[in-house]
Structure formats: structure tokens, C-alpha cells
Design a protein around this ligand. Structure first.
Ligand code: CDP
Length: 220
């Protein structure tokens, strides 16, 4: 049986996870949200009260992070909702810039893609985690659009915030993600770039599926 994977990268708020979930379902592949793993390590570090590099590395090495049926578990505890809080948004890029943390999580991510065909979303999937992924997409959108999407997401969850603050947070996180030394956010050479600014999630899903359909026979 051929196992193939799809890498979806891009900055925050480009619509990666919404689209990746639907694509995975439609193609009968497993969805892996790698950002959730960096978020879980950040949560644990904040709970332990230390963002010191050595301690965070230890946390990454000792923690058990699992993704099952769309839920994220940290040492057996369901942290799916907690890892989406603004306090995590604020610190996650710092934690994700630590090479040893990345190495540990990349190892887990690669293992996941060994056994199943995956749709994996993140920042370095097409460039580092799965350089041989059969399909690679890079989703982008204007900063204003991305900020508005993230703002609405937070408001819908009952989290109080303002649009300007969200825009600043995204700008800061993008900068940190693009400028870090170890596997920064960038477009893989062979990725298809999709600007989602004026597209609905459904339109992006159809665009990706029809791209794959043109190249793949009998999977859809
Ligand atoms: O959903 P959103 O785009 O806000 O972010 P996420 O995918 O949950 O990722 C949160 C953060 O984790 C990013 O801003 C990156 O700093 C880091 N990350 C990473 O470095 N590499 C990945 N493969 C995935 C996430």
C-alpha cells in the first residue's frame, strides 16, 4: 500500500489547521497538528514556572505528547483547549526556537508519518520534517486578514482581547518564526503557494484537492 503525506506550512492565521483537518478526512489520512506539540511543551514550561533553556529541553525530552482523534494529550492529560490560550501564543515561538526542543518533536513527528499517511501542518514540515512529502502547500494571507481570523477565533471561545493586540502578537510570532536559526518558517522550493486572503476554507480545500486529484489516480 502506498503511504503518502501532505505538508502544509505557513504563518499563523493562514488557515492551515482548518484546511488540513478537512483534507485529511476527505483523503482518509491522519491529521497531525505539529504546532499543538510546541504549544504543549510551552504549557508545561509555564506551569513549572521556568522558561530556562535547559529546563525546557528537559521537559521536551521527558514529556509524552500524543495526538488522538483530534485531542492533544500531555503526559496523559487532555490539554486541547488550554494550549490555545493567549498566554501560550505569547511564548510558544521562543520555546520553538530551541534546537533541542525541535529535534525531539521532529523525531516524534517523523515517526507518526512512518506508519500512516499524514496531513501535517506547521512551519517546517515541507522543509525539514518531511522533505520527501508527496505534496507540499504553503498557505499565506495578508496580516490584517490573518489577525481578524485569529481575533474572531478567540472571541468565539469567549476570550477577551482586541484586534490590535492580536495583530501585534501575530507580527511578533511571524518574525520570531522566520528569523530563528534552526528550521525557520520558509517556503519549501517545491511547495505550491496559496494566498487565502480572499478565499473561504472550502475554496482552499477544493483547490488543494483538485491539485492532488490531477496528479493522483483513484484516491478521491
Ligand atoms: O495555529 P497557529 O498558526 O497560531 O500556530 P501553531 O501552528 O499552533 O504553532 C504555534 C507556534 O509553534 C508557531 O508560532 C511556531 O513558533 C511553532 N511551530 C514551529 O516552530 N514549528 C512547527 N512545525 C509548528 C509550530
Amino acid at each position: 500500500m502506498s503511504v503518502y503525506s501532505i505538508a502544509i506550512d505557513g504563518p499563523a492565521g493562514a488557515g492551515k489547521s482548518t484546511v488540513a483537518k478537512v483534507i485529511a478526512k476527505r483523503l482518509n489520512l491522519t491529521y497531525v497538528d505539529t504546532g499543538a506539540m510546541y504549544r504543549a511543551i510551552t504549557l508545561k514550561a509555564l506551569e513549572k514556572g521556568s522558561l530556562k533553556k535547559e529546563e525546557v529541553i528537559k521537559i521536551a525530552e521527558e514529556s509524552i505528547i500524543e495526538i488522538k482523534e483530534g485531542r492533544v494529550y500531555l503526559d496523559g492529560r487532555d490539554v486541547t483547549e488550554e494550549i490555545r490560550k493567549p498566554s501560550i501564543d505569547e511564548k510558544v515561538s521562543l520555546i520553538a526556537s530551541i534546537p533541542q526542543v525541535r529535534n525531539r518533536l521532529v523525531e516524534i513527528q517523523r515517526k507518526m508519518a512512518e506508519n500512516y499517511g499524514v496531513v501535517m501542518d506547521g512551519r517546517d514540515i515541507g522543509t525539514t520534517v518531511l522533505p520527501n512529502a508527496k505534496y507540499k502547500f504553503f498557505l499565506t494571507a495578508d496580516l490584517k486578514v490573518r489577525a481578524k481570523r485569529r481575533y474572531e477565533e478567540l472571541v468565539n471561545k469567549g476570550i477577551k482581547t482586541d484586534l490590535k493586540k492580536v495583530e501585534e502578537e501575530l507580527t511578533k510570532r511571524d518574525k520570531q518564526d522566520m528569523e530563528r536559526e534552526h528550521s525557520p518558517l520558509k517556503v519549501a522550493e517545491d511547495a505550491v503557494i496559496i494566498d487565502t486572503s480572499d478565499k473561504t476554507p472550502e475554496e482552499v480545500v477544493e483547490e488543494i484537492l483538485s491539485y492532488i486529484k490531477r496528479r493522483e489516480k483513484n484516491v478521491l
